[in-house]
Design a binder for this molecule. Structure first.
Ligand code: BG6
Ligand code: MG
Length: 219
């Protein structure tokens, strides 16, 4: 029986993907190259360190580990400047409402995000009180598609995998949920999130009925 919802943050609760993109683009431009919005899709759900490796690869740029740490820190400073100005109006449509609906129905809620900035973002947009547990990039050693972040989310809620449904917009995140034997609702396009049990355009399309239907689904 489903007892909890575990939400990814970027692209599910808030649209911070655009800020990540702007900050990475600025860094790439300073290094003398650029990358496309299409390439940016590959960065979704991926850790900061891995994102930098991918971007340096696209630009054919090689950096020492010390330089890479410095570059990732610089990108994060720009990103933090942007998220520090975030407003509650930047919550994605239906996200707050579905969190409230789930909690009112007695379901537990957790965050399962790769970001190390999740607490800042949730605080800025005023959603922190709607989560029973927060598991993010500060608490895991393995990145999505490894299931660690979602398994730790379930554990923090005192539940097992079969009792949790994950909400994810990234392919790596959907794979992580599946690897953790959890049902997963994809946020985005069914052509992209092919492994999800259900795909919706956003949390504004989510209902308790759809959640219950997932319980009956054998997959
Ligand atoms: C994920 C984003 O949620 O968090 C990625 O989809 C990002 O784009 C990752 O790289 C890590 O975020 P942060 O805030 O720790 O740099
Ligand atoms: Mg995401």
């Amino acid at each position: 029986m489903i007892k909890a919802c575990i939400f990814d943050l970027d692209g599910v609760i808030v649209d911070t993907a655009v800020y990540h993109y702007q900050a990475w683009k600025r860094l790439a431009n300073e290094l003398g190259f650029d990358f496309t919005e299409h390439q940016n899709e590959q960065l979704k759900g991926v850790s900061r360190v891995r994102s930098l490796e991918l971007i340096l690869g696209w630009g054919n740029v090689s950096k020492t580990p010390v330089e890479q740490t410095e570059l990732a820190t610089r990108k994060n400073q720009w990103y933090v400047e942007m998220i520090n100005r975030m407003q509650p109006s930047e919550i994605l449509p239906g996200a707050k409402e579905f969190l409230q609906t789930a909690k009112a129905a007695g379901l537990k809620t957790a965050l399962g995000s790769a970001s190390k900035n999740s607490a800042t973002i949730l605080e800025r947009v005023g959603l922190l009180p709607l989560f029973d547990a927060i598991v993010d990039g500060n608490h895991v050693t393995a990145s999505k598609p490894d299931p660690e972040v979602f398994l730790k989310g379930a554990e923090a809620l005192g539940l097992n995998s079969a009792e949790c449904v994950v909400f994810e917009d990234a392919i790596a995140g959907v794979q992580a949920a599946k690897a953790g034997s959890m049902k997963v609702v994809g946020i985005g396009s069914p052509e992209v999130l092919t492994e999800a049990d259900l795909v919706i355009a956003g949390l504004h399309e989510m209902t308790l009925e759809k959640l219950q239907a997932l319980d009956l689904l054998q997959k």
